[in-house]
Design a protein around this ligand. Structure first.
Ligand code: AHG
Length: 291
């Protein structure tokens, strides 16, 4: 057993234990902004701050978690002695992905990456990745040791409901973020083809939209935009962990040129174009953008 495995167990069990408190904290924070911006310049809701505090307290207290970084915090926090590696890990988290969906009472999630290297770390350094989906049911989907398992989270406990999750072979759904006039021409042309083949599903929370792709097959993208060449989503907190899950489920990921797992981070909060889903659709996307 690799030295980090028991601390990864602790991290995943702790995320599951905290998830009901994150969910339980949402009703009272429905329309409340925290009055601050996150390091990416976006408005932070009180629910984002609450979720970040809960995860920081619980994950930072684990022996062996020596770094904690969050989409809501400027810098990496040292939470233990020593550097990641040799059984110590770093945790990167988007505590409440899609929090703008709170106002309309739609899906939200939590995204977690566990690295055995200091943050920012490339996706290849992730030893596990997971997302929690706060839907009608709270579920947690985990990529670890090359395969994906989905759990139901009830009372903070994880119960496996699907092991060796694989993307279905026959893709059904797609969801693309950003405004159509802001899409580069090559992506626009690709999207026009995809919409004749697949059914649109877009809910505005990456975790919910990616979970539709994992359930039904297809492709999710938040592409490069004319106004934002690196798109909207963050490599460390969103792109890399989601890519690890989709690739472990037999799919592919891309920043438009290469796997998101291969993108070397230069900054903790850097953005990246995100495309994940069935390999055929990701390959066609890369070919379309290369033309
Ligand atoms: P936030 O957490 O600030 O609500 O952002 C969510 C992210 C991601 O979950 C989703 O895919 C994307 O933003 C949606 O952006 P649009 O509102 O531009 O569709």
């Amino acid at each position: 057993m690799a030295p980090h495995e028991s601390v990864v167990d602790d991290v995943l069990e702790t995320v599951a234990a905290v998830a009901p408190d994150v969910r339980g904290g949402l009703p009272g924070r429905r329309l409340t902004e925290a009055g601050v911006e996150n390091p990416s310049g976006e408005t932070v809701t009180a629910a984002d701050v609450h979720a970040d505090e809960l995860f920081f307290e619980a994950l930072g207290a684990i022996d062996g978690v020596v770094e904690y970084a969050s989409e809501e915090r400027e810098a990496v926090a040292d939470t233990g002695d020593g550097e990641p590696g040799d059984g110590r890990v770093a945790v990167a988290i988007d505590p409440l992905d899609g929090s703008s969906n709170l106002a309309s009472n739609n899906a939200m999630g939590t995204i977690v990456g566990v690295a055995d290297d200091s943050l920012p770390a490339a996706g290849t350094e992730l030893v596990a990745a997971a997302y929690v989906l706060y839907g009608p049911i709270t579920t947690m989907t985990v990529a670890r040791r090359g395969s994906v398992t989905t759990y139901v989270v009830d009372g903070g406990e994880m119960t496996a409901v699907e092991e060796d999750v694989q993307l279905p072979d026959e893709p059904v759904v797609y969801g693309f973020g950003g405004r159509v006039p802001d899409w580069p021409d090559a992506f626009h042309d690709y999207a026009r083809e995809v919409e004749t083949e697949l059914k649109l599903r877009y809910g505005g929370a990456m975790v919910g939209d990616v979970n539709q792709v994992l359930s039904y097959g297809g492709i999710f993208a938040y592409p490069a935009l004319e106004s934002a060449p690196n798109g909207k989503l963050r490599l460390q907190f969103e792109g890399a962990p989601i890519a690890k899950i989709i690739e472990a489920a037999g799919g592919a990921s891309s920043n438009g040129e290469q796997s998101l797992l291969a993108v070397e981070p230069t900054e903790l909060h850097q953005r990246v174009p995100v495309h994940v889903g069935n390999t055929g659709y990701v390959d066609r996307l890369e070919a379309a953008l290369a033309d």
